[in-house]
Design a protein around this ligand. Sequence first.
Ligand code: ADP
Ligand code: MG
Length: 439
Amino acid sequence: MAARVAEDIFADILERAKTLDPANARKWFDKLTVPHFDGGSLRIGCPDDATVQFLRDNCKSSFTRAAQQITGHLVSVDFSVDHQKESSPRSERYGPMLRLNPDYTFENFVVGPSNRLAHASCVAVSQSLGNTYNPLFLYGNSGLGKTHLLHAVCCEAMQRSDSAVIQLLSCEEFVNRFIRAIEEGNVAGFQSQFRTVDALVIDDVQFLREREQSQQEFFHTFNALYNNGKQIILSADSPPGKIPSLEERLISRFNWGLVARIDPPSYETRVAIVQKKAHLRDLSISDEIAEYIARKVQANIRELEGALTTLYALATTAGEQITLELAQTALNGQISLAARHISITDIIEAVTSHFDVRLADLQSKKRSQSIAEPRQICMYLARNLTKHSLEEIGGHLGGRDHTTVMHACSKIQNAKRSDPQMHALLSELTKQITQTPQA
Ligand code: ADP
Ligand code: MG
């Protein structure tokens, strides 16, 4: 396929993938390349291994669906580092355990009074592993940015030092690996893996509670690293002394370095976070809307993101301009709409009641316009608002096969472009479906 054509198709695929999975739509998708596309297999080039991992973990199915919808063929999608565009040639150092989220950098972290100490200590540690605060212990409620900061430290430290070996994992994973090592009789292997790093970063150490043997192992790992001047960074939902049934000797070690608390963000910080997150999605929202969202969502930043995802979905699927009014209706009362599970039944209910047709008609063989169009609209909305496959959608609508569903989707997509009435109707239905209160 000619490079130019492949690039154009790829641009469409990316747009579609963003609509199919608004929660993972990112502006930096623009930087992805197409080193290989032969119609049947699409290899997507990424700047580094962290991006490869992120896309494999989160976006493979939406990219695959998007590629199939846009090309109308079965396409297999994979991601790899594009060595011509590689941002850092050290990607091979990302072991399977260093799954860094490309969004979680210092640059994307908004600093405010609630997290200033945590942020500053993380920056200091990342610049000189083992030499400033050791261990560094971050704590705070869920959704306040602990994991984000831990990833940012790793990312920054990797960029600064060519040779640093870093392990970042959740405490749960640490415990599971330990248990597996015992089962496999390879505790020595486990120990050498964790005791020889330059930095060990463990997220959510409250998970150690009541796991006596893991606590012991962790204690020895801690000592080995600490005595060798290696960096230890930990996060938890409460300060060391408040983690239930944590051994006294671990509590005391966790307190040796710096313990930094993260509080819920102030209003001003929340506004800045909303703007930052919108920017990451290439979503432009006015200050007024950012302020509105920041006022609505107070406790947990993850919910701010849910709100933005909802707006993004409305802006892309329904093609709406995001006005304050739309934001208010969309987010009113239930901010995490996008996290809500939308089922095909929700969609069918909205469509049948709008057109005043029966489900049995949609499922029947009837092909009159008055039945075929609502049926096709159901298929289109199901494709865009749920994660169901073409086959499953066809199954709900009278056992139609995937090519029929695909044809319906592209027909409605075209009608949406050329017919303002269809455009308005789809917006209205999308709004209704995404706003139906959760059962
Ligand atoms: P925790 O690990 O404390 O539960 P996370 O690090 O998972 O929280 O953060 C939840 C979400 O909120 C993430 O998407 C993260 O990027 C975002 N977030 C939290 N604090 C900030 C901040 N100060 N600036 C930007 N994003 C933030
Ligand atoms: Mg976390």
